[in-house]
Design a protein around this ligand. Structure first.
Ligand SMILES: [Fe+2]
Length: 299
């Protein structure tokens, strides 16, 4: 997810359901240690998940798959079919990474938890996705306040298995790498948030999700159509703050997948400190800035 900060493997958000569960905390730390010890180029060690962890994965994966039939865009569902994640056990990152490499040239790097923003986004330029391996607390299988293996694999890995979505992720990483200033990176990260994390678009006459945050959230994916839906507008996205602890009250919708690709690819490929300065200098409410591209906008 976005807004990544450095934490130790034992840090848990105050509202995490596992905060008062010592066994869960120890388990999460042990799995995080696998990511902590991993070095680039090393094979990804397997994690021996417990039956209750496999059960959490199975419950969430099956329920989300049913919801995706109507609520996820076609390209994402193609990625789901190509990656073919198991539904009876937590997938091993090593196996998912190998499959992604065969499909689209992507690979997964295990990490112990949240990593610095520049590191996380920058790795996307190399077609490397940094992923946690621990899973949410079993008491609430449909909720997690932090990215876990469900979010990473259901939300992101499935998308990375589809070539057009995978290309957008890589372009976003290249954009992040060109950001010299923290302000440019922050603006970029907001666009990432409102697209590859919480993006929606119209397909077959209905609003569907392509953002990993929506696609991996059992609760939010069922209500996102009730959000305030605004036209795709990278300037508005780059300057709109968000709260990661609540369902998103505002979403930005493309008119089609091709429209999203056009606008986002143009934004990502042109983004740097100068583009940021131009975007911030441009009066709000207008949409013809070069950084937004020339995509047609039916409103
Ligand atoms: Fe994410």
């Amino acid at each position: 997810m976005d807004t990544r900060t450095v934490t130790t493997p034992l840090d848990l958000p105050a509202d995490h359901p596992g905060t008062s569960d010592a066994a869960y905390r120890a388990r999460r730390a042990a799995i995080a240690a696998v990511g902590e010890a991993h070095r680039p180029g090393d094979p990804i060690p397997e994690v021996a998940y417990a039956p209750e962890e496999d059960a959490v994965w199975g419950t969430v994966a099956r329920e989300l798959a049913a919801l995706h039939e109507d609520l996820a865009i076609d390209a994402y569902r193609q990625g789901v079919a190509r990656l073919a994640l198991p539904t009876d056990r937590v997938p091993q990152l090593a196996a998912v990474s190998a499959r992604l490499t065969d499909l689209t040239g992507w690979a997964i790097t295990p990490v112990p938890g949240l990593v610095p923003t520049r590191t996380f986004y920058g790795s996307l330029a190399d077609r490397r996705f940094m992923s946690t391996q621990y899973i949410r607390h079993h008491s609430v299988p449909f909720y997690t306040p932090e990215p876990d293996v469900v979010h990473e694999l259901v939300g992101h890995a499935n998308a990375l298995a589809e070539p057009r979505l995978a290309a957008l992720y890589e372009q976003s990483g290249r954009a992040a790498r060109r950001c010299g200033s923290d302000a440019a990176l922050a603006a970029f990260s907001r666009v990432f948030w409102f697209s590859l994390e919480f993006g929606v678009l119209r397909e077959a006459g209905v609003l569907r999700a392509y953002g990993a945050g929506l696609l991996s959230s059992y609760g939010e994916i069922q209500v996102f159509r009730r959000a305030q839906v605004r036209p795709l507008d990278v300037r508005a996205m780059a300057t709109t703050d968000y709260d990661i602890t609540q369902y998103q009250p505002v979403l930005f919708a493309a008119d089609s997948f091709a429209h999203a690709e056009d606008v986002l690819a143009t934004f990502f490929t042109g983004w740097d400190d100068d583009a940021h300065a131009r975007l911030m200098a441009f009066p709000p409410g207008r949409s013809s800035h070069p950084a937004e591209g020339g995509a047609p906008r039916a409103r």
